[in-house]
Design a protein around this ligand. Structure first.
Ligand SMILES: *[C@@H]1O[C@H](CO)[C@@H](O)[C@H](O)[C@H]1NC(C)=O
Length: 426
């Protein structure tokens, strides 16, 4: 759906109500591939001629990469030289490829396929969003130095067919948000607004440097924590993980805490803890957490007269849709799952911060008559005990603030008249 000529109009309409932005925001659109449950963005790379690329958003990759040949992208004169100060600064994992700085292309799904290559740098386009009445206007701005590498077809096999690469927002200097912050001198933060559907077009966004006030004023925050050990596929003894971890204290279902060993919530040699991931379509839980979550959810759901039906893989608890009432604001009326996190929130009268998951984000429609609890079993030895996946982040603003080292989540779903953005004319 995302091919062909478009982007003719750069009008951005913020839905309904007249929000006021006091500031300008740098932004890129986000689209969901419903079939693959992947979220991707698009921008132009290079000048005269420029190449439009479609890249899956990843919070874990060491590098951004795309299949340059398939896009007809010309790499001429864009190499970052080896042993240059820039190469030293960019590399968390330093090596050279001939006379050029080295980089590796891989996907989180094909971790054994690492494609070593050259690190390039070129101009990319994004938008500056400013506000006039209830309409937000977009003007193009150019980042002169997006670092990326080129892949061949190998790592593409698990990606959305609309895309030919990935863009990284991990905790690395070559990540897009790091480049934007240092080049445009904006705050070191970015926010994801992953859309829940494909049908309405480019309705998600990534904001850089800050989010529109109407979205960021209702953020519940928790400290980001550093996992002292690197996480797969690239291990390095002395390097901390480049992913975004938070400290979860408990999980409650309709107010009832579920029971599991709390040691799963801390790191032991880098294993355990909780991270966010845009490349896992559903939250993946350590088996012990998963089993108790399903049990308590089913008990509460049964008490609400929800009818359980045969499970549909990969899910472990499915229900007849007829037995569930739909609510326009929060989706199917099902038991509410609260992820209780470190830190107190003024928005919650100084109670512990929580990520509240309503039916819209907990239930997956697998057919017209069946919906399932959208969490999956990660087995008994996952690297990370709780991986908060895409489905659970959809229609929330999830902000990674590296200035204050905090993760923020909007206190409620952005549904009733408050969507992230709508890129019109794409
Ligand atoms: C975005 O627009 C605002 C308001 O016009 C301006 O002050 C700011 O410099 C622009 N940002 C960039 C990166 O061009």
């Amino acid at each position: 759906m995302a091919s062909g000529p478009f982007l003719l109009s750069f009008l951005l309409i913020c839905s309904a109500l007249s929000f006021h932005f006091s500031n300008a925001n740098l932004v890129l659109p986000v689209v969901k591939d419903n079939r693959k449950s992947q979220y991707y963005t698009t921008f132009l790379v290079g000048t005269r001629p420029s190449t439009r690329v479609y890249l899956v958003i990843d919070l874990a990759n060491h590098w951004s990469w795309f299949a340059c040949d398939l896009y007809g992208y010309n790499t001429n004169s864009h190499e970052v030289p080896c042993n240059s100060p820039k190469c030293d600064r960019y590399a968390t994992w330093n090596f050279c490829s001939g006379n050029a700085c080295g980089a590796v292309a891989y996907t989180p799904w094909w971790r054994n396929d690492l494609y070593g290559g050259v690190l390039y740098e070129d101009t990319m386009s994004l938008y500056n969003q400013t506000q006039q009445n209830s309409l937000a206007h977009l003007s193009k701005v150019y980042l002169p130095n997006l670092p990326f590498t080129c892949a061949d077809k190998g790592p593409l096999k698990s990606l959305s067919p609309h895309t030919k690469g990935m863009v990284t927002l991990a905790r690395v200097p070559v990540a897009l948000h790091s480049q934007i912050s240092s080049t445009f001198k904006v705050a070191r933060k970015f926010a994801l607004c992953l859309p829940s559907s494909t049908s309405s077009g480019y309705n998600g966004a990534i904001y850089f440097g800050g989010s529109p006030n109407y979205l960021s004023k209702s953020l519940i925050t928790t400290p980001l924590v550093i996992n002292p050990k690197s996480t797969p596929p690239i291990f390095d003894e002395d390097v901390t993980s480049i992913e975004y971890f938070i400290k979860v204290r408990s999980i409650k279902i309709d107010g009832t805490p579920i029971r599991f060993s709390s040691s799963l919530l801390s790191f032991k040699e880098g294993v355990g803890g909780t991270k966010i991931s845009t490349t896992d379509p559903y939250t993946v839980l350590h088996s012990e957490i998963y089993k108790t979550l399903v049990n308590v959810f089913v008990t509460k759901a049964t008490a609400m007269k929800m009818t359980r039906v045969a499970s549909v893989a990969p899910f472990g608890a499915c229900f007849s849709s007829k037995s569930v009432v739909d609510n326009a604001e929060t989706g199917p009326t099902v038991p509410i799952i609260d992820i209780i996190m470190d830190g107190k929130s003024p928005l919650l009268h100084n109670k512990n911060a929580r990520w509240r998951i309503y039916g819209a984000n907990s239930m997956v429609k697998v057919s017209n008559s069946v919906m399932c609890l959208g969490f999956v079993d990660g087995g008994l030895e996952p690297a990370t005990s709780i991986v908060i996946g895409g489905k659970q982040m959809e229609d929330y603003l999830v902000e990674v603030d590296l200035e204050t080292s905090k993760l923020g989540v909007t206190s409620s779903l952005l549904r009733m008249g408050t969507s992230c953005s709508k890129f019109k004319g794409i």
